[in-house]
Design a binder for this molecule. Sequence first.
Ligand SMILES: Cc1cc2nc3c(=O)[nH]c(=O)nc-3n(C[C@H](O)[C@H](O)[C@H](O)COP(=O)(O)OP(=O)(O)OC[C@H]3O[C@@H](n4cnc5c(N)ncnc54)[C@H](O)[C@@H]3O)c2cc1C
Length: 449
Amino acid sequence: MQGLLKGAFGDRVSFSPAVLEAHGRDEGYPEARPVDAVVFAESAEDVEKLIRLANEEGFSVIPFGAGTSIEGHLIPVERPAVSLDLSRMNRILEVRPEDFVAVVEPGVTREELNRRLRSHGLFFPVDPGANATLGGMAATNASGTTTVRYGGMRANVLALEAVMATGERVRFGRPVRKTSAGYDLKDLLIGSEGTLGVITKLYVKLHPLPARVHALRVFFESIEDAAGAAYALMGAGLPVARLELVDDQALRAVNRYLEKDYPERPALFIEFHSSTEAALAAEREVALELIEEFSPLEVAAARTPEEQKAQWEARHQAYWALVHLFPGRKYAITDTAVPLSKLPELIAYAREQMEALGLEGSILGHVGDGNFHTIVAVGEEDYPKAEAYVERLVERALELEGTISGEHGVGLRKRRYMVREHGPALEWMRRLKAVFDPKGILNPGKILP
Ligand SMILES: Cc1cc2nc3c(=O)[nH]c(=O)nc-3n(C[C@H](O)[C@H](O)[C@H](O)COP(=O)(O)OP(=O)(O)OC[C@H]3O[C@@H](n4cnc5c(N)ncnc54)[C@H](O)[C@@H]3O)c2cc1C
């Protein structure tokens, strides 16, 4: 295989042990396994060529964006396995401000796109914290802090082009705001974790930068009060742009890591986007009235862009701050989402179970979407306890009509819960996989148990 890939891709293929190792790991899965080769695609033609070779030679192909996924999406299961690194396909092909559309290659990162859009007064809202690629974000149906207002990847990718397992390049969808023309295969490719096709181009939806922004931090006595207040804000139909829960443990970690002095109490980090100062003031007033019912301990405002940037940096760095607080430990991260009214109940259960199992960790996340993460940090010998905790939380979320993954995806780690979530629908997913990828060359072993 080495000679064949070398002949086809020249210096765009690597067999260096460090490169093979770096492409067989991610940011959260506890195991890593080096891949057998890494091809750095520079064009859609490179992708087509690799997929055709995979068909002829029978190796598997694992698309790779920025490598920030956390559920084992990139770890090879079947041999030989070639990682297809798309980070060099990083051209912003077109910005069409008049249509609020940009056309990008899959290796463009969200930060790079937003830098380019600023001069047009536009932005791309999906914000998973990590500086992921647009291709990787589409493949995991990523979302983030602004999803409560602007939606996740399915809502913000209008059309895409992908190389299918046959090696054909196909466009799915049209760059329009709505369509009723046939089966929505664009949305099927989104969230398919590289198992149905390799995304080579995306038409993404842009939004005007908000004219007025106001951010708040509200600290509470208990996490139950914080969760209750979040539900009250959503229940009132307030158009919050961000509504994040950050617990006392996460704030303790952030204070140490970023040298901040936030009160170490459960908090809601909130942001409003409006077109006028009057509308912003009215929304803030209603929000504060609703929050008052939950006896907040302190309310702090972030008015300037610098203060707002600092507030959201604290939220985005919370995971790394926790890793820093508990050096050398292993982490188990949950990603459940439940119907909004069930959120306070599941958060209380998460806290109770963490205490019952004697685990140290933190609860934080996108509560405006009914989605939150718990991160437990354990020593090697306590890892089974962390797994038991994840199992309990997943079970309870499913009982509450929730999902095992609000945004991180399935990868390897969550495959074992798929049958419990989907039941007979899982068999239809298997049939789909067989239609799209009959030889099983695209990221085999992921999603489907
Ligand atoms: C600190 C931290 C915080 C995070 N917070 C969030 C969050 O709030 N929300 C969230 O959604 N995620 C979050 N994540 C997870 C991660 O950032 C997302 O899953 C992200 O979308 C992965 O993008 P990537 O470019 O790194 O893709 P990779 O990790 O490289 O790949 C992810 C998957 O997509 C496939 N893939 C990559 N590119 C393509 C392509 N062009 N075509 C087809 N398949 C492809 C891969 O095969 C793999 O299955 C977080 C991760 C970290 C480390």
